[in-house]
Design a binder for this molecule. Structure first.
Ligand code: ATP
Ligand code: MG
Length: 441
């Protein structure tokens, strides 16, 4: 084992984990003793234990061969094992569903900035040195003789105490520009400030085109992770100040309007959840939609391509710009609208797009416009969105009609008339269906 600066006991913080996990960690420590390797709990979970925040993402690291240790554990416990050869890591899935990631202590050498690192085995101290910030560079040992010893060679505990985010060396952001985003994420989540040198290094890295070299999925990953934080408005300020959204698209800029929209987004989600929701919206996707809410269609499609989003995400995100702007105009306008007209506009929208329409509505200056838009959306969510006709394709066949494209026309018309209250009973519907059949048949 490598020389370490005075380990301190983290016995009491380990007790913050559920007892069954503590028991498991003890047993794993004993297994590591048998195998003659040192075993540690490491990274984010250690930080969160010290902060007394709930986090059961268990990352273990073995000084030695992590994968063979994982195999040993899998055999003993009948746990599932997935291996990621490239990074010398493995994931154990225990029979009760608990997941534990196991890696070997390693150092990383970056062949090319922003690329994934090459992996070389190394001591715990070196392994901790390759990490992003001092607060994430601590380990708790699990071997029996050294149970719960805290390894903190870079002053992570002190930085936690002083609420400071600090990189481990000056090349950190260049080695891995995703750390620019991670810095924003942790600073906001914990309300930590960046240590001055770290802030300088970050600002300098953000000015270069390092982020442009990240692959689509890696950049998307960082953006979504940022948008999952509780206070996206704060995150937004960082993104704007550092001009980081230019890496989604060179023409994307964040103005006051976008800032106002981000600010009302939580209200819009709350309003929507109280009324229409059966499913939870994808909040991070919604926030990314908000970032793109006033961008041109070409900027939105460019960003979708840059992030290599899935087809489903892309289809939702495409609603972000002009499409929702058009709907806001219609729904807030003075022109009278029949329920069926509103239904035709809104029924194919993903929930996130509806919420964005609402949020944009909240930012309208005129109270009358805001009122019209929210009232119309409320009626759609509460009532019209659920309206169905009693007549369907089968009924039409029973009425003696031959199936064909006219079925859709008839059913669409019937739904419109139901929505608009022109037919209200099943009998009326059948009567109307017959009449429409004569027209369309
Ligand atoms: P979160 O609570 O958001 O999951 P985390 O610190 O646990 O934060 P993870 O992405 O789960 O972050 O990674 C676990 C640990 O791996 C980190 O605490 C850190 O030690 C290390 N790590 C992750 N990503 C990087 C990176 N880009 N550069 C250096 N170290 C990293
Ligand atoms: Mg984590």
């Amino acid at each position: 084992m490598s020389a370490m600066t005075s380990p301190r006991s983290a016995r009491h913080v380990l007790q913050r984990l559920p007892p069954r996990i503590v028991r498991l960690l003890r047993q794993l420590g004993q297994l590591a003793d048998e195998q003659g390797s040192a075993l540690y709990l490491v990274g984010g979970v250690v930080r969160d234990l010290l902060l007394n925040r709930r986090n059961w993402d268990l990352d273990l690291t073995v000084e030695g061969d992590g994968v063979s240790f994982a195999r040993l554990v899998a055999d003993r416990y009948g746990a599932g094992l997935a291996r990621f050869e490239r990074f010398a890591t493995a994931r154990l899935i225990f029979t009760d569903g608990l997941k534990v990631d196991i890696a070997s202590t390693r150092r990383e050498s970056y062949a090319d900035p922003a690329a994934l690192p090459d992996v070389v085995k190394a001591s715990l101290e070196e392994d901790l040195f390759r990490r992003d910030f001092t607060i994430n560079a601590m380990a708790i040992q699990l071997n029996q003789p050294c149970w719960a010893e805290l390894h903190d060679p870079y002053g992570g505990q002190g930085d936690l105490k002083h609420k400071v985010l600090r990189v481990l060396h000056d090349k950190s952001f260049i080695d891995d520009p995703t750390r620019i985003f991670r810095a924003i994420r942790f600073a906001e989540r914990f309300k930590f400030r960046l240590e001055p040198n770290t802030a300088r290094l970050l600002a300098r890295a953000a000015k270069t085109d390092l982020v442009a070299r990240l692959s689509g999925p890696r950049l998307a990953n960082e953006m979504f992770a940022l948008m999952r934080e509780d206070r996206p408005e704060q995150v937004f300020t960082h993104l704007r100040r550092l001009r980081l959204v230019r890496f989604l698209h060179p023409r994307l800029v964040l103005g006051k309007r976008t800032e106002r929209l981000m600010a009302v987004l939580p209200d819009a989600i709350g309003w929507w959840m109280r009324r229409g929701s059966v499913t939870c919206p994808d909040r991070s996707l919604l926030r990314i939609m908000a970032l793109l809410a006033y961008a041109a269609s070409s900027t939105i499609s460019g960003s979708i391509e840059r992030l290599q989003l899935s087809a489903v995400q892309a289809r939702t995100l495409e609603w972000a710009g002009e499409q929702t702007a058009r709907l806001v105009k219609i729904l807030s306008g003075e022109t009278a609208l029949r329920p069926s007209q509103i239904y035709r506009e809104l029924s194919s929208l993903p929930d996130e797009a509806l919420i964005l329409v609402l949020a944009k509505g909240f930012t309208l200056k005129k109270a009358a416009e805001r009122a019209r838009l929210t009232a119309r959306l409320a009626t759609f969510l509460r009532r019209d969105r659920h309206v169905v006709t009693t007549v369907n394709g089968d009924t039409l066949k029973q009425l003696g009609l031959q199936p064909g494209p006219h079925f859709k026309h008839i059913l669409d018309r019937l739904l419109d008339e139901r929505l608009d209250g022109r037919v209200t009973t099943a009998a009326e519907e059948r009567k109307r269906a017959r009449a429409l059949a004569l027209r369309y048949g």
